[in-house]
Design a protein around this ligand. Structure first.
Ligand SMILES: Cc1ncc(COP(=O)(O)O)c(C=O)c1O
Length: 361
């Protein structure tokens, strides 16, 4: 006899990227920012009064919501703050999907969404992206229109793992056409040329989910948030854990958000390196998907993606490989420091000289 719910026993669970202890490993596998967060965060941490930890934190993050509302030009009632944007995504599956409902998303996309649907034991409505990983917007709206059970759709923009950005007018067409809640997962949007904030402020079925993990260099802090219609935000507040964001995270996030220029300057450096790596890999014969994120989605020449992944790993460089029909030809490479990327390119150049003639899966 098992004590575990059948649906939980059947779960495989989310597989995060590897976090090695060895600092000499070049880590280009989990889309972290290679540059330090604003010095204001370090100062706030040093000045944090440990006695404050004797008290519960603000359960609804008032100061943070006020600051975020200021940044997004909305009311604080339109902002939800969570323990990473992963919490926002998980709560959305609990707030916006009935037990006999379905969660929708494109494929390929962030591999957490199917896991969240499995945890809720609801159906998944998966819409395939086009061959070049762009979005079949009108076909998707028509297809989803015929599935009234699908009441929540995760639309990642820029998409992960491809890095492609869907233009605002296309996202708008999707959000207007879809009859349920659209969570626009904008985890990487600060690295992109445009965002969908305007849709979240205008349409009552749209939330944008943001995170401090990537552009703000604070993946270890666990701070994410959503902006959108006040009724959707209120629903998330009703079902969250009592104290979902701890006191340290609230104080550090406030410090980070007081220094947006520091974030912008790190982002600008990452973008320059991204473009340099994209050009260099294309020159070596890689297929490079156009990226508006802090990573590149690339398919190597001469070696399979899996062989390249293993060969890089043997040289102590970690990138991400997702086996599977749509994804197995590609690697996702996080943009690291210039030194990291120089090392990657030198290893890749050597690997590309091996193993001729050209071979692809
Ligand atoms: C598309 C996407 N959304 C959300 C997240 C989660 O971000 P957070 O660290 O805020 O939970 C990630 C993390 O890799 C991601 O790739």
């Amino acid at each position: 006899m098992s004590y575990i719910r059948k649906s939980v026993e059947a779960l495989s669970g989310y597989v995060p990227g590897e976090q090695p202890d060895d600092p000499s490993i070049i880590k280009l596998n989990t889309n972290e920012n290679p540059y330090a967060a604003s010095p204001c965060v370090g100062e706030a941490l040093r000045g944090f009064d440990a006695l404050a930890l004797g008290f519960y934190p603000d359960p609804v993050c008032r100061a943070l919501r006020t600051r975020l509302a200021e940044l997004h030009g909305c009311r604080h009632e339109q902002v939800f703050v969570g323990n990473g944007s992963d919490e926002v995504l998980a709560l959305s599956t609990r707030a916006f999907v009935e037990n006999d409902g379905a969660v929708g998303f494109f494929d390929p996309t962030y591999s957490l969404y199917p896991v969240l649907a499995e945890i809720r034991a609801v159906k998944q409505h998966v819409v395939a992206l086009k061959e070049d990983f762009s979005w079949p917007i009108d076909a998707a709206v028509a297809e989803l229109g015929a599935d009234p059970a699908c009441s929540l759709f995760f639309f990642t923009n820029p998409n992960a793992p491809t890095g492609r950005l869907c233009p605002l007018d296309e996202v708008r067409r999707f959000c207007v056409g879809f009859k349920g809640v659209v969570v626009l997962d904008e985890a990487y949007v600060d690295f992109a040329a445009s965002d969908c904030e305007a849709l979240a402020l205008e349409l009552d079925n749209v939330l944008i989910a943001r995170t401090l993990s990537k552009s703000y260099s604070l993946a270890g802090l666990r701070l994410g948030y959503a902006v959108g219609d006040a009724a959707l935000v209120e629903a998330l507040y009703k079902i969250k854990d009592s104290y979902n964001v701890d006191a340290v995270a609230q104080a550090m996030a406030l410090a980070a958000l007081s220094d947006v220029p520091a974030m912008r300057s790190n982002v600008a450096r990452v973008i320059v390196t991204r473009e340099r790596l994209a050009t260099a890999l294309a020159g070596l014969g890689f297929e490079v998907c156009p990226s508006q994120a802090n990573f590149l989605w690339v398919s190597p020449p001469r070696k399979t993606a899996e062989e390249m992944f293993d060969a890089l790993r043997a040289q102590r460089i970690l990138v991400r490989y997702f086996p599977g029909e749509r994804t197995g030809r590609f690697l996702r490479i996080t943009i690291g420091t210039d030194a990291d990327i120089d090392r990657l390119l030198s290893v890749v150049k050597t690997l590309c000289r091996d193993g001729e003639p050209e071979r692809r899966t």
